[in-house]
Design a protein around this ligand. Structure first.
Ligand SMILES: [Zn+2]
Length: 440
């Protein structure tokens, strides 16, 4: 409720009733309770009839009625103290696992799914339940043929809770994650530190729509007007099966899409045509290499200057670059060693996409290649401002002093880094000297 004039509303209940007189729809299950016993009775009544509701609920919310009391209780950062949820227990059933399949999501994530003997849980027939990931399957030791407890809570996807070990016959089959994507056959990878296996194929139909949406987006190939709905249709109608196919579309192909007109088709083809000369950064970003966002695409463009050169680098070469860690290096390396990805790159060239070569810009800035360490407080700059100024001028900031450090900027109350600088005879700068160096 915003501003209300000529009517004093002092509690939640009256407010809801008032809203109804104004024509708003209110829930027919709202009830005013006068003590805790009434709240409990309401909870149990609703728990018994929850499956008759036309929608899923996972519990009730109890609110304090009087506004004045609400105000006195106040709010925590994310939730009021005067409203509290009382969740229903999840609904459980037992059934048999007929098979364990792997589904591939739009991001290439492989999820093991239990195919179940159909069973009704809370009024809904369930025949599949998620097993989340490989670790989860192992932890719960779910095998094909097992009898399991499954549960659903609200509209969340049903999941397997546990195996009923006493029902084991010895004929159950253990699950192993496939090494190849069940949809496209590309190698499956589990990135270090992650629980999820992923398909590495850029042309995987399960991932293609997601990849396409990224490919055409701003900062990537920037194809104006080519929304997700269009891309989806193009894939479903088999007009395209990878990014490169976009550059081979003819007008008659585009006209096959629903609600397509002459003018719109031409606009789309124009947008595709215009994107044939991307900058190197945009092109690298557009490829959708895992862990390579726009900023890193820019770093790679500046360091390697062409796609062909980037593709040749070893993992060690890649990690030589400041800001490229081993995980990123590995995903770049794997990307350019996946034959399917290389085929798409070739096709992009054939489709008329220009692969730019960045000239070696010998941008001589006063600080290029220099390493700084900051210690102590500066008077006129925050640490972050100082860091940004150094980086803008081509230098970089490190957190520890070594022989490779060029300058240690020493502010008030410097720490042990100052002692280290003296010990290693690294050039130190006070705030004034630093500001002179950066031209401030
Ligand atoms: Zn795949």
């Amino acid at each position: 409720m915003g501003r209300v004039e000529g009517r004093g509303l002092s509690n939640h209940w009256d407010t809801i009733q008032y809203l109804e007189t104004l024509g708003f729809k209110i829930s027919q299950y709202v009830e005013l309770c006068h003590d805790v016993e009434q709240v409990k009775a309401y909870y149990h009544r609703l728990l018994e009839t929850r499956n008759d509701l036309p929608y899923d609920i996972d519990g009730i919310v109890i609110k304090l009625n009087e506004f004045e009391l609400q105000e006195r209780l106040g709010e925590l950062s994310r939730s009021p103290r005067w409203a509290v949820a009382w969740k229903f227990p999840p609904q459980q059933e037992t059934t048999r696992v007929e098979d364990i399949l792997v589904s591939v999501g739009r991001t290439g994530a492989l999820t093991p799914v239990a195919i179940l003997e159909p069973v009704r849980v809370g009024g809904v027939e369930v025949s599949r339940a998620t097993l989340h990931n490989e670790d989860e399957v192992k932890k719960k030791d779910v095998r094909t043929g097992d009898t399991v407890t499954i549960q659903r809570a609200g509209d969340v996807i049903p999941e397997v809770v546990n195996v009923i070990l006493s029902k084991r016959t010895g004929r159950e089959k253990k699950f192993t994650m496939p090494g190849k994507c069940p949809v496209c056959g590309s190698k499956v990878e589990r990135p270090e530190g992650e629980a999820i296996h992923r398909c590495t194929g850029i042309a995987c139909p399960a991932q293609i729509k997601e990849n396409l949406a990224h490919f055409v987006s701003r900062g990537a190939m920037d194809m104006d007007g080519l929304g997700f709905k269009f891309l989806e249709q193009m894939v479903d109608k088999k007009l395209i099966s990878d990014q490169a196919d976009l550059f081979f579309l003819e007008k008659e192909d585009v006209m096959k899409m629903d609600r397509m007109g002459d003018k719109l088709a031409e606009n789309l083809l124009n947008a595709i045509d215009k994107s044939r000369s991307p900058s190197l950064t945009n092109l690298i970003f557009a490829l959708g290499i895992r862990n390579v966002g726009y900023h890193l695409a820019d770093v790679l463009a500046k360091n390697f200057r062409s796609i062909d050169n980037l593709a040749k680098q070893s993992i060690d070469d890649l990690t030589e670059v400041h800001e490229i860690g081993p995980i990123v290096a590995e995903s770049i390396y794997n990307f350019f060693h996946n034959p399917k990805n290389l085929k798409v790159l070739e096709k992009l060239k054939k489709g008329g996409v220009k692969f730019p070569k960045e000239k070696v810009v010998a941008k001589k800035t006063p600080l290029s290649g220099k390493t700084f360490v900051l210690t102590g407080g500066l008077e006129s700059l925050t640490r972050d401002q100082a860091r940004k100024m150094i980086e803008d001028l081509g230098g970089r900031v490190s957190s520890s002093v070594s022989k490779k450090t060029d300058f240690v900027v020493v502010g008030a109350d410097p720490g042990s880094k100052y002692d280290k600088a003296l010990q290693l005879k690294v050039k130190t700068l006070d705030e004034e000297e630093f500001k002179k160096l950066i031209g401030k």
